[in-house]
Design a protein around this ligand. Sequence first.
Ligand code: SAH
Length: 343
Amino acid sequence: MENIYDLTLNDLKLWMKDNKESEFRAKQVMDWLYKGINSFNEMKNIPKSLAEKLEDNFKFYLPKVVHEYTSKADGTKKILLALEDNNLIECVIMKYKHGNSICVSTQVGCRMGCKFCASTLDGRVRNLSNGEILSQLIVAENLTKERISNIVLMGSGEPLDNYDNVVKFLEIVNATYGFNIGQRHITLSTCGIVPKIKDLADRKMQITLALSLHATTDERRKSIMPIANKYSLKEILEACRYYIDKTGRRVTFEYALVKGVNDSLEDARDLARLLKGMLCHVNLIPVNEIKENHFKKTEAEEVKAFSKVLNDYGIEATVRREMGSDINAACGQLRRSYIETQK
Ligand code: SAH
């Protein structure tokens, strides 16, 4: 049986048509769907016969909360969810003054193979459906009883490696019938799948593109990110310029600082030269240390110095605040440690 959360308004319109129902019923159903309802019978303006037909064809499936961890330091919540096929995914809710943000996963595992990342250690198990991506928001709002107002696609998985489902997800969270979250409140992070960045640009959405750069030369990038063997920095920066051109949006470059690998002042100057003249912003992330590799984070003082070099070259940079560090909040760590304790 299909999960109703996997459908966009258009999908449901097509279903109505195929089932000899009026198309406008699709909008009525969608307007109820994200209002805390979990059966079609509760949808008051839907004829009983249609509600029954829908009940026979669709389920309201939400993943189960296996564990919920709350950081004592900053209230960050990390949620471990079990899917119907028992695969585990995680999402994180961060509380900010300007509202609650959720970091969602887009795949079970990941096949990009970045050397510093815990999500990719066992490869990709499968893509999440758009309903499964979306259900992380539903579960989060049910748990916190608070509205989520910002989304970052920075959990496990490579969003552009699950492009069609991610685009459907973006449509539903943005729609007034869905979560009504403005596109400017959504950030999609990618390791740099060039053709898909261009595709996304052509859709002319207002979401923020975050590009995981992490190195200033192809050689160095290849040594930590296998995707660099496929797309060069030149191609990536060109795709980012295309995105800026099409959308008018400022691109974020993520740069994980790893001690002795990419964090010298020379690297900072190279980065500044690379990005000069672009409508962009750099987000420096002292690497989250995981036990499966040897990467160490750059010291706070050096992070500051790195950031200052960028600023001196006229490039805006911020240092990512570490949230929920007492609860393993970095990508993929929770799922891994849970699976290990179950062995
Ligand atoms: N696959 C996407 C999104 C998921 S990861 C991407 O690559 O962008 C979100 C961000 O966290 C990426 O910038 C990623 O490179 C970074 N990241 C992964 N593991 C990390 C770690 N151990 N420390 C710091 N940043 C990490």
